[in-house]
Write a new protein. Structure first.
Length: 264
């Protein structure tokens, strides 16, 4: 018999795809990615989520998780694109709107953030985290009354949500309501005594008011709880306004706080 030419072995052929098996594989990958995400292992979760969208492209959950992962690693445009794919597959899913709102917030498009979160809240109005995020977007837009209202709504739904009370204090401080702001921060710290932010904010406000010794003691305690708050950029990321930031710079420039920061 004549042997076949080697070239014949390289002729292309159409692979018969078992779509059900691929769907199951995609589901397995997305479960792995979700598990890694819960442990904040975003870089490990990302390639699994990317592959899952290829294996199960009609599963909105794969696109939603991929989009949220892109947002977590600051690939905002890619995150928005993936989330829009998810939203097209599941237009009535409010969680996708909420994550889109977060993505636009990180991009600095605060009005678009408001629009996405509000659309999600029309579907599911009782989500404390979404109401809190909406308050943040209003805060960045300078709509202080609306921001405070949303923070209060979030806190009324979740009484352990100390950041909502904390951020009411941030708004009030920018409005010149120092005593009320300090009271809010005290309430927030009472909810969670491991929370460094409200304690540091109290310290900055007290130093501004001339209560130097107590301010410095509280400031040291706050930075021992979380040294990241010694970084001005980190404070800005946590929505500290211009007035509070200026007072924080003055507070951090004191010799005792400089020594504390250097030690930490």
């Amino acid at each position: 018999m004549r042997q076949a030419a080697f070239a014949q072995a390289l002729l292309p052929y159409t692979l018969q795809v078992d779509s059900e098996h691929l769907q199951q594989t995609g589901d397995g990958l997305i479960e792995e990615a979700a598990q890694l995400t819960r442990f904040q292992q975003y870089q490990l979760a990302l390639p699994r989520a990317e592959l899952a969208t290829q294996l199960a492209p009609k599963n909105y959950q794969t696109w939603a998780l991929l989009g949220s992962l892109y947002v977590q690693v600051d690939r905002i445009e890619a995150g928005i694109e993936a989330l829009n794919r998810a939203q097209a597959l599941a237009p009535d899913n409010p969680a996708i709107r909420f994550v889109l709102g977060d993505a636009y917030f990180r991009k600095g498009e605060y009005q678009r953030s408001v629009e996405e979160i509000e659309q999600g809240l029309r579907i599911n109005p009782n989500v404390p985290g979404a109401l809190f995020d909406l308050g943040n977007a209003y805060f960045q837009l300078g709509k202080f009354d609306e921001a405070i209202a949303k923070y209060k709504e979030a806190y009324n739904l979740e009484r352990l949500l100390w950041p909502a009370i904390n951020n009411i204090g941030l708004v009030e401080y920018e409005l010149g309501k120092t005593d009320s702001a300090v009271q809010r921060w005290e309430e927030a710290f009472a909810i969670d005594e491991t929370a460094a932010e409200p304690l540091l904010a109290i310290a900055v406000a007290l130093y501004r008011q001339g209560d130097t010794e107590r301010a410095l003691t509280l400031g040291e305690q706050a930075l021992q709880l979380d040294s990241r708050y010694a970084e001005l950029e980190f404070l800005r990321e946590n929505l500290w306004g211009d007035r509070l930031m200026e007072d924080a710079r003055t507070f951090f420039s004191t010799p005792r706080m400089q020594q504390t920061i250097s030690r930490l």
